[in-house]
Structure formats: C-alpha cells, structure tokens
Design a protein around this ligand. Structure first.
Ligand code: MSP
Length: 677
C-alpha cells in the first residue's frame, strides 16, 4: 500500500510518434483532476506524466520525417508540454525516456535482474508484429495477422534476452485476488484474472538485436542489443522519483504509486509485465491500475487515415479549456468507451455550464446586487424553512459524496451530484421568488435567507468543481467576493456548509460560459468550426428577476443569424385569425425525458385551473430538471396529438427553427393560465 497521506498518480508516457490527441488529453486531464483534488485535501501529491521516446514506432516516425530519432523527439516533446500548459495540467514533473538518468536507471534494474539470473539468453523463433513490437505464438496468428492490430506478422528467429515472467504467474493471481482495488474497473480485473487462470504465462523477451532496432537503451550486459521499449517505459514510474523532482526530494516515500491511469489497450503490459517486473525487483505493487475506455469520433474509430483525429488544442480554442476538461469527464463513465462529437460537446456546455452553474451564478449575483446592495446578507430567519433545509442537507452530504467519488474514480457521478445541487438551487430561486419578497418589507428576513443560501451553495460548488475547472472556479469565487486560495490545501471548514460567507462584497463579472450555437445539423471537426460561441450572451434561463425593468436581462440570447434574404415572406393573417390561437402561460410542474428520444421531453404543466401533459421537442436544449418551476407560454387550444405514443395536450412556444434556441417566457411574474396575446 502507498504511504498514508501521499498520492502518487501517473499517466502513461506517450509515444512521440505523432502529435497529441484527445486520448492523451483524456488520461492527463483525469489525472490532473485527481491530483488537484487530493492536493486541496492536504495530501502530499506527486503527479507524473511524460514521453516514451524509444522503440520501433518512434524510430519509424523519425525515419519518415528524414531526421535522427533524438531530433524528432526534441521536436515533438514541446507539443505535449505546451498542450499540458494549455489544459492547465499541474504535473509535478515531466519524464522523457531519453533522459540520461532514466537510461542509467533502466540499465541498473536490468543488471540487477541479470545478476539474479532472472534474465537469461535464449533462441527464439516466433511470429513478430512490427507495429506492436511483440512476438506471438503459432496459435495466436492462425490467420497470419497480429491478433491485436490485425497487421501481417512475420516469422523471426533470433537470440534474445528473456525475463522470467512466467514464474510469477501464481503470485500475480494471488495478488489480484487479494487486492480487489488493484485492477479496476472490476470487469477489467476479471479479464486479466481470466487470462492468467486459463493460459500459461510465458517469459518476456526484453531485448531487441541492434541489427533490427537501434533506437533504444543498450543492454548493460550485451552491447549488441537494446532494451525492449516496454521494459524501458514502465521503469519510468520509478526512475522519475529518483532523479526528476527537484523541488521536493521524493526519496521513496511515493512508492508504491496510488494510481496508474492507463487506457484499456495497455492494461496487460501494466497489470502483467510491470507487476512481475516489480515482483522480481522485490518492490511493492501499485495500489491501483485503472484502465479507462477509448473515444470514438462521431461513432467511428479515431485514426489519421480517417482524418478524424481530435486535436485538443483546437477544442480549447473553440470551447475554452474548462469546458473541454468538463466535457471529457462528464460525457462517459470513467472506464467505459465514449463517443466524441461536437454536438455532444455543445449540448453539455449549454445545458450544464451556461444554463447550469453559469446561470446560477449570474442570477444570484444579480439578485444580491439588486436586493442587497452587492453584499451577501446574513441569514434572515431563526430556522430554515423546508427548501433551505433541503439545500443545506444536500450540501452537507456533498463533500463526502465527492470524496468517495474521487476515491472510486467516478468522475461523472461526482459531476452528476454537483448538477443536482445546482438544479435544486435553481428550483429554489424560482419557488422562493426573491423579486416578490423584495416588494414587501416584512419579507426582508426571508429574502436575506434566500440570497444567503444560494451564495453559500455557490461557494461550496466552486470548491467542489475546482479540480475539474480550475480557471472557472477562480473566477466564480472572485465574483462572489471570496478569497479562496486554491494553490494550498483548503481548511476543513471550507468544505462545510456553515462556513461564513455573509458580508462578502460581490463583484459581478462576465458570464462564466458563453453558450454554443450549433450550426445546421452535422458537427464534424474536419472543416471550419460548425459551432459558434455567442460571446457575452446571457443564458436563456436567467429569467425570473423581472420587476425592475432597468436592470432586467433579456430572456433569450441575441441570435447571431439574420433572416435569409431569399426566404419567401410568410402569408399575412388577420387579427381574427390570430385570435383563434389561444396562448397561455403555464408553470412547469415536472419534466422528464421521453425514453429513446434525444429531443422530446414530457412536461406536466399547470394552467392554474387545470393540469396538462405536453410533449415538447426541447430536450436537446434543456435538461428536464432545469425547467421545473419555470413559467412558459403554450398554445392551449391545439388538438391533442400523440408523439412517440404519448399524448400531448398543447404546444410549447420556443425561439429557433429546426433547432430550439430558447423558450418563450414572460418578463413579469404572472399567474399560470394567463392569456397571452
Ligand atoms: N507509450 C505507451 C505507454 C507506455 S506507459 C509506460 C503508449 N503510448 S500511446 O501514445 O500509444 O498511448 C497512450 C495512451 O493513449 C494509452 O493509454 C491509450 O489507451 C490512449 N489512447 C490512444 N487512443 C485513444 C483513444 N481513442 N481514446 C482514449 N484513449 C486512447 O501506449
């Protein structure tokens, strides 16, 4: 087990055969979120990432570019380092396997195993896959193709050096069985166990003759060979601790690692090769090796030949760093495969960020400015009424829910729990209607409680969201007028609901997240960007703060496009014809998604004297829970119709064409069922 109160987190070291893509960004952002969280909680964190610079792939890439491998590596390394800066990655150090010290350490370990006779020389004949740089047995390649990458294999016979990996098979099985957190998620643990329990583990060829591959670390006991790239690369997790950290000498206090984050394709090399290497070196095994899933792009495998490789730099430019970080961990449960599309990205930004936390902050600050002169007021009531109690209770539990999530690496569940609190606060503001309370001096205490409660929730939300979105949460706390220093561990009190907040002077700034306008249907990342940020736009749902016209916000974002000049003018109608349409206000009582539909939401709405069910195609734009309590406008005399088998008794009015951009609402607070004309 790792030492108490330390947290050593690693990413794979990436091959420098090409520029970084979304897969690299994914693991590195996930590792960063964990590192940031545990630092805030006071753990001694060491976060390592870096580059795997040896081996066939890199040698080939350099040959293709017509330059020496080291020059090729030196050219590509800054692309990774710059990207990590752009993505706000807080790695403590950065390893390159061509570092002289790393090479020496690899040679030291090789010599140690050789001296212990755990490395021996033997003849070997087998099927070799150049791409994967590994041998396969006859039965593996029945069809002449590599079982892994499906490329043709070639018959090779050569002398090589072997590590006695096979002798650790039973010990490894026992270790996996006794440590249920060692390989995760559980399905991957079962896969590895299944393989180890049914197949004989062979020894591992850890050398390559220089005649075939020269770009690697020379074996200390035979200068005719270089080290197999995986033996070299895996040692990085140990060697970095020896020579890299200059600011804080690590000694061996960080070993064993707390978490090695890897993609599912490199689980075996970590769970089997690395574990048995550590056993042979008499070193403890890491606490956890977590294998995450792979991203496809618009439903297809990502590849250079398809031209659909997602460049993280481009994502940061288009959507902003925190929106991209958020999306990566929000979209798919960690451990499962996921699909990337720009439309999914736009939906997540609009519904969770612009209409979620961004909107809540904006509403709250507007109310504090308007009703409390810009200072967060103290609670105004002796005891908290029902809604406030619910928010307080949820908020009190949330920090431990989040901590459990970061222990279990359920990044997405954490975000879901955070979103629930945001939704709760939004519904609370709608219900409590501070703009009404402000009209009656007797309600001052209640009004202060509403403002205080939402500001408190935002303070806590900023603390909990910080690891995911460090830049945005800094802005959030600044706008709330709070001096929170995220560069140091936070006090226990900061995670408490009762942490003092009253008296802070707010400083309302620009909206946290501009909404994304998806343009005409298909989103693909190859051509010009198809999504557009509406800079400075107010989120559509920042509505109900209406009574003071001077400061009221527009209810829908300014729309960028103007009508197409060639469009035929719509036919004119008479006032009588218009009067046939009965428009009414309605309050949304509940909302849920229609199963199997991305677009449809089933709403129960109140028209004052009656309740209606309406099926509306607004599900791409709105999360159901954000609608509850909202006053909308409906066509009340539309003939009932069935949509996906569900009766709809009216129609919701919304701006937009084929794509919904915003719901029609009423500026002033009016009773549900009020006629609109
Ligand atoms: N150099 C080795 C790792 C050595 S670690 C001691 C390597 N490098 S890699 O650059 O090819 O891949 C690095 C990581 O990127 C792997 O974890 C891999 O799973 C991940 N991904 C590559 N493509 C991916 C996706 N499409 N989606 C998610 N992750 C993907 O392997």
């Amino acid at each position: 087990m790792s030492q108490p109160n330390t947290f050593y987190i690693t990413t794979p070291i990436y091959y420098v055969n090409d520029v970084p893509h979304i897969g690299h960004a994914y693991t590195t952002v996930a590792a960063d979120v964990l590192a940031r969280y545990w630092r805030l909680r006071g753990r001694d964190v060491f976060f390592l990432t870096g580059l795997d610079e040896h081996g066939q792939k890199v040698q080939q890439a350099a040959a293709k570019a017509g330059i020496a491998p080291q020059i090729h590596c030196d050219k590509l390394a800054p692309q990774f380092q710059d990207l990590w800066k752009r993505l706000n990655i807080s790695n403590d150090t950065f390893i390159r396997t061509t570092d002289a010290q790393h090479k020496q350490i690899v040679q030291r370990y090789l010599q140690e195993l050789f001296d212990k006779q755990l490395i021996y020389k033997a003849d070997y004949s087998g099927w070799y896959c150049t791409f994967d740089e590994r041998f396969w047995t006859e039965k593996d390649v029945a069809d002449g193709l590599c079982p892994d990458c499906k490329r043709p294999v070639e018959k090779l016979s050569e002398h090589n050096y072997f590590f006695t990996m096979g002798q650790y098979q039973d010990r490894l099985i026992d270790h996996i069985k006794q440590h249920d957190q060692f390989i995760r998620p559980e399905s991957r643990r079962n896969e590895v166990l299944g393989f180890l329990q049914t197949q004989k583990l062979g020894d591992l060829s850890i050398s390559r003759p220089k005649s075939r591959l020269s770009w690697g670390i020379e074996l200390p006991f035979d200068n005719g060979y270089v080290t197999y790239v995986w033996f070299d690369a895996l040692v990085n997790y140990l060697s970095a601790l020896e020579y890299l950290p200059q600011e804080k000498p690590t000694g061996n206090r960080f070993w064993p690692a707390s978490v090695h984050l890897v993609g599912k394709d490199i689980l075996t090399t970590h769970a089997v090769y690395w574990s048995t290497m550590l056993m042979a070196l008499n070193l403890p095994l890491p606490d956890t090796i977590f294998a995450h899933g792979w991203w496809t792009v618009d439903g297809e495998k990502m590849s250079k030949s398809r031209g659909n490789v997602v460049d993280p730099n481009r994502m940061v430019e288009t959507y902003g760093v925190d929106a991209f970080r958020y999306f990566l961990l929000r979209e798919v449960p960690f451990g499962q495969d996921g699909d990337f599309s720009q439309s999914a990205m736009a939906t997540s930004i609009n519904s969770d960020l612009a209409n979620g936390i961004g909107n809540l902050l904006s509403r709250t600050l507007t109310m504090i400015e308007r009703f409390a002169g810009g200072t967060i007021p103290a609670d105004g009531l002796p005891a908290l009424p029902e809604w406030e109690s619910k928010i307080a209770q949820t908020s009190r539990q949330l920090p431990s829910v989040i901590e459990q999530g970061f222990t279990a690496l359920t990044f997405r569940d954490n975000l879901q729990a955070i979103r629930e609190l945001i939704g709760l606060c939004d519904g609370y503001i709608d219900k409590a209607a501070p703009w009404k309370l402000a009209k009656n001096p007797d309600d001052q205490g209640r009004l202060n409680t509403v403002l205080n409660t939402t500001a408190r929730a935002l303070r806590l939300l900023s603390v909990l969201l910080y690891p995911y979105m460090p830049q945005t949460t800094a802005q959030l706390t600044q706008q709330l007028g709070l001096a929170l220093d995220f560069s140091k561990p936070l006090s226990e009190e900061t995670y408490q609901w009762d942490a003092p907040i009253a008296g802070a002077r707010i400083c309302k700034g620009p909206g946290l997240f501009p909404r994304i306008e998806a343009q005409s249907g298909a989103c693909n990342i190859k051509g010009t960007p198809e999504t557009k940020l509406i800079k400075g736009a107010k989120p559509v749902s920042e509505t109900p703060i209406p009574p003071q016209p001077a400061a009221s916000a527009p209810t829908s974002a300014p729309l960028a496009s103007s009508p197409t000049p060639q469009a035929p003018a719509p036919a004119q109608i008479t006032i009588d014809e218009f009067m046939k349409i009965q428009l009414k206000t309605a309050t949304v009582l509940s909302a849920e998604r229609v199963p199997k539909s991305e677009k449809l939401l089933k709403l129960q709405v109140s028209l004052g004297t009656e309740q209606r069910q309406i099926v509306a195609g607004i599900g791409k734009k709105y999360e159901p829970e954000t609608l509850v309590g909202k006053t909308i406008v409906i066509v009340a005399n539309l003939k009932p119709a069935k949509l996906m088998g569900i009766e709809s008794q009216g129609m919701v009015l919304a701006a937009g064409d084929s794509e919904v951009r915003g719901l029609a609402t009423i500026l002033e607070e009016v009773e549900p069922g009020t006629k609109v004309k």
